[in-house]
Design a protein around this ligand. Structure first.
Ligand SMILES: Nc1ncnc2c1ncn2[C@@H]1O[C@H](COP(=O)(O)OP(=O)(O)O)[C@@H](O)[C@H]1O
Ligand SMILES: [Mg+2]
Length: 322
């Protein structure tokens, strides 16, 4: 028969690993031992404490039990984005494709009933600042789901085995907690990071692809990258949709600027700025619009003029393109 010291040690261990059922099992062993020694009042009290605590133990502990080898919380950043599809300025074709993904998710029950999986693995690629990360937020918001941004820095480890088991924790999350899971800067996963050699990097990417292959279609996994060229062509087939982002045309550029300026945009002549938006990303345009707006407000004016915008756009181009 185990002594009190052993029981306490076992309880501390099971507490530390979040294993409630073995924690309570050991507590009941202690109660049984006390009963055998004639300490019935203590034994009964202990048993009652276990029974009532078991009832009130929150469900989250149960999920923790399912992932004993790592904590999802350390591997993802959770948010509840506010940005909607209307805020995202993209080509009409991209609008159609995104709406299709959203529609499939919204009707996933009936699709699944008929043996079809809704699109749930998306690869977003294109130049920086064109709305890839924003799209993940939009998808989360449109489906009223949390956004789980995977922290690649926490995921990547010098040890291949460790990275693979962390990936497993993330994909267990994909299965158990419906949400949008974003692997941003996804190319880093298959790259020579954390001192991995090329072979290691490839194995990490392969284990990602195996998890992706088997991932639950309740959640949406989004991989985003600025570096299409560094990705293996074979990889594209593993996703249900590959969405290609581009720099904005002049119509999109105007829409981005107008949205950011709001009421301040009344006085802008759009022809005058047309040539000045070339080569700038959506993100650049937002920043230029903000710079122009601030300059105008600090001057005490109520309207941004084309000149204000041209100055801000040209400054932005000089900063971002060099
Ligand atoms: N297509 C877009 N429509 C509207 N705003 C955009 C768009 N793309 C980028 N932005 C603005 O730039 C910011 C950064 O864009 P982001 O989505 O991070 O770009 P990416 O992930 O493609 O590098 C966004 O938060 C948003 O303010
Ligand atoms: Mg991004």
């Amino acid at each position: 028969m185990a002594g009190l010291g052993e029981h306490i040690t076992a309880m501390v261990r099971s507490h530390a690993s979040g294993d409630d059922s073995s924690f309570y099992a050991v507590a009941l062993q202690v109660a049984a031992r006390e009963a055998r020694q004639g300490h019935h009042v203590l034994a009964d009290e202990l048993k009652r404490a276990v029974e009532s605590s078991r009832k009130t133990t929150p469900r989250s502990n149960v999920t923790k039990l399912a992932q004993p080898r790592g904590d999802l919380a350390e591997l993802v950043t959770v948010s509840h984005p506010e940005v909607s599809l209307r805020d995202l300025v993209v080509s009409p074709e991209m609008q159609v494709r995104l709406k299709q993904v959203l529609a499939e998710q919204r009707q996933r029950k009936s699709l699944l009933d008929h043996g079809f999986a809704p699109a749930h693995r998306l690869l977003l690629e294109g130049p920086p600042g064109t709305g890839k990360t924003m799209t993940a937020a939009v998808v989360a918001r449109e489906l009223s789901l949390p956004l789980f941004a995977v922290r690649l820095d926490s995921l990547m480890s010098k040890f291949m085995g460790e990275t693979a088991s962390k990936l497993r924790v993330v994909f267990d999350g994909v299965r158990d907690r419906r949400g949008v899971y974003l692997f941003d800067e996804f190319d880093a996963l298959g790259a020579d990071r954390a001192g991995n050699d090329v072979g290691e990097a490839r194995r990490i990417l392969n284990s990602f692809l195996v998890f992706l292959e088997n991932s639950s279609s309740d959640s949406i996994v989004i991989a985003a990258t600025n570096h299409r060229a560094s990705l293996d062509k074979a990889l594209f087939r593993r996703f249900d949709a590959v969405l290609t982002y581009d720099l904005p045309d002049s119509k999109q550029a105007n829409a981005v600027i107008r949205a950011r300026l709001g009421r301040l945009s009344k006085g802008v002549s759009w022809q005058a700025i047309a040539k000045h938006t070339d080569e700038l990303s959506h993100a650049d345009l937002v920043k230029a619009a903000e710079a122009a707006a601030k300059a105008v407000l600090m001057r005490g004016d109520a309207n941004v003029t084309a000149d204000d915008l041209v100055t801000a756009l040209d400054t932005r181009r000089a900063a971002s393109i060099g």
